[in-house]
Ligand binder design. Structure first.
Ligand SMILES: [Ca+2]
Length: 88
């Protein structure tokens, strides 16, 4: 059975979508080749290790530094309007 509902018969909810405030790997304020290099250097490590505490290495959050992080950093580098890709 299909029936039209009046406004008062419908529940209402508000969904607030906030833009995620994603921090780059070395807290420089933007994603660059250095962020990619840091994650690549520590690929396969546990991002919660003390030695990595100064970095945000788990960009694609799954408690691992893996290929997904490198791909996401690369994507964010390309979105960075300050990043100049190699022209050669
Ligand atoms: Ca990850």
């Amino acid at each position: 059975m299909e029936k039209d509902l009046e406004d008062e018969e419908c529940g209402q909810a508000f969904i607030l979508i906030k833009e995620a405030n994603l921090t780059d790997v070395n807290n420089s304020g933007e994603f660059t080749l250095l962020d990619l290099g840091i994650d690549a250097r520590h690929l396969g490590k546990d991002p919660s290790l003390d030695e990595l505490s100064k970095y945000n290495t788990d960009i694609s959050v799954n408690n691992a530094i893996d290929d997904d992080d490198l791909l996401e950093i690369g994507r964010l580098m390309l979105e960075n309007t300050n990043y100049q890709p190699n022209q050669y």
